[in-house]
Design a protein around this ligand. Structure first.
Ligand SMILES: [Mn+2]
Length: 288
């Protein structure tokens, strides 16, 4: 019977790869409610400095409970160097002016579909030049990743597109020494600072369809109705002596929830700004 259970789990996972209209509408609402939760956090950041990560977590969760069922997964409220820990969920630090806040959080609707969105925000509302440079590298990678999401593309394509851009930026900063971006990419040297894959399927589970076979998911082809995250990042550990001191302790991720459409894609979480300038304007507006 164990074999039959496993077969059922795989079949259900694969049935969930392509979402129907109801599911897409629900994910759309999850993203909209999540955007409102991020706005709540920006207002709190503007009213209390330093801002406890606990307060940020609670603020988002309030929105999730009021508009949805709950958060879809433990919110990552990572200030300063905490952002370099991929799944920082202790949330017991403080966001101080001058730091970045990496907020990875999603509202789960009452039908139990969840968003999964990340924004990296300057706590005091303005990126420093160095923070902006790292941010714009991740933004460029995300743009390349999103552009590679379309029906018929390989599932791995968006990951590769995003990672190539990150490798180019890292090379431009001189972190690969004398190696070219292409050479470093082939060797996987960029992975020291990119740490994770670029995304995953999204739906009832935050890592949806996890039991699907490799050939239908990771080695598969994108189809209209699939919803996936595109979430490149750069993470420079506080004790990483291979990067300049000023980069250490900086972590940036930008994550959106992208629907594959008949002729390309739609960013379901586009209600939250992504460009550095737009993030700053949006924060200033919310803080009035
Ligand atoms: Mn994710």
């Amino acid at each position: 019977m164990a074999g039959a259970d496993e077969e059922l789990r795989t079949a259900l996972s694969e049935m969930r790869l392509v979402k129907d209209e109801f599911e897409i509408a629900d994910l759309r609402f999850a993203c909209e409610a999540t955007a409102r939760g991020f706005e709540d956090v920006v207002r709190v950041l503007g009213s209390a400095a330093p801002t406890p990560e606990r307060l940020i977590e609670g603020t988002f969760r309030t929105r999730a409970r009021v508009e949805g069922n709950d958060v879809g997964y433990g919110s990552i409220c990572a200030a300063g160097p905490h952002a370099t820990t991929l799944h920082w969920v202790r949330n017991d630090g403080e966001a101080r002016p001058g730091d970045l806040l990496l907020l990875d959080a999603g509202v789960e609707t009452r039908n139990l579909y969840t968003a999964d969105v990340t924004r990296t925000l300057p706590v005091d509302g303005r990126f420093t030049p160095l923070q902006r440079e790292v941010y714009e590298a991740v933004f460029a990678a995300q743009e390349a990743g999103i552009a590679a999401v379309r029906p018929g593309a390989g599932y791995r394509d968006f990951h590769e597109a995003a990672q190539r851009v990150l490798a180019e930026r890292i090379a431009a900063w001189g972190l690969f020494g004398r190696r070219s971006a292409a050479e470093a990419f082939e060797l996987g040297l960029h992975r020291r600072w990119t740490l994770a894959g670029t995304g995953h399927m999204l739906g009832l589970d935050v890592h949806d369809c996890a039991r699907a076979r490799t050939k239908t998911y990771v080695d598969g082809t994108l189809e209209a109705g699939m919803v996936l995250t595109v979430e490149p990042g750069l993470y420079f550990q506080p004790d990483d002596l291979t990067v300049p001191a000023e980069l250490r302790g900086t972590g940036v991720r930008i994550e959106d929830d992208v629907l594959v459409t008949a002729d390309g894609n739609e960013n379901l979480s586009a209600g939250l700004p992504r460009r550095a300038d737009e993030v700053e304007d949006w924060m200033a507006r919310l803080r009035g």
